[in-house]
Design a binder for this molecule. Sequence first.
Ligand SMILES: [Cu+2]
Length: 327
Amino acid sequence: MSTRSTSTVPRAWRSLACALLVAGSLAACGDDNDSSTTGSSSTPASTAPTSSPTPAAPAAVVLGVQGVDYGYVLSQPSVPAGPVRIDFSNPGKEYHMLEGGLLLAGKTIADVQKALMSDDQGAFATVFAEPDGEALGGPNVLAPGAATSVTVTTFKPGTYAFLCFFSVKGTQAPHFTRGMLTSLEVTAATSPAPAEPTADAEISIDEKGITGVEALKSGKGTFKITNTGTRPHSLPVLAYVGDTTFEVADKYFEDTLDKGKPESPNPPARIEGGLSRLAPGAVTYLHLDLKPGRYAVLDIEGSTDEEEAPEYYKVNPKTSKFEFTVV
Ligand SMILES: [Cu+2]
């Protein structure tokens, strides 16, 4: 069976929205039959001229995005394809996310709005290039006051739409209904394109786990993250408060972000960005500057053992979750 979800919200994005990043929370997010994932779109490689001397690479492109209650403030309306550093910050009082993807040619934010409000299960497929949620490798969700920085390498020319699926506190209304829906124009890559960032360490993620993750202990630096697996992977950063445990934090996020219970003035943990879904074979750079404290990163897409975790793909605590202390 390859029935689609009854929700009009793309499955993969819904899992971020209703959830979190943690095993227990995912139970409520429904199943994820990836039976329709066949064949990836292939972009023809551009043939670069080889004879002319290469001019120096231009400076890195930086896109600032503030997620406010409720809307996005972008530092610029467009960026060129090629590496783009996204500095995502949350000066608001609620959790925010920056999920989205490339629209089909000619589609606009108005079309996205229409699709979001539609009961038609196929509505997203008429608007988004990847209707089940694009694995852009952008920033993960942010607690109030948090910020995160990633350099994505996967932008293609076209119009992107970004939106936030969290609900307005105390209501069922998603943030995108209150203004957290925006577009970004991605223009053709400059020639030459900016160089990719210089990495202090390399981390790879696949279905078996995370390799090289110990490098994050430093809490600072640029980490090149490669998805060497066959399905999307993510690496959100969880900041523990006090001497809390993962289980306590997991339960808390399940209750608040997932089930909509009131947040505590003294939460046991905060989600401070990190990497959102990254496509197989793709690369993103995570720029970290963590304050001293205890942290965890975890890949919610880590296991493909659906028999063992029929509720959803479950975090493999041995290989897909890493807890560390920054001193
Ligand atoms: Cu939001």
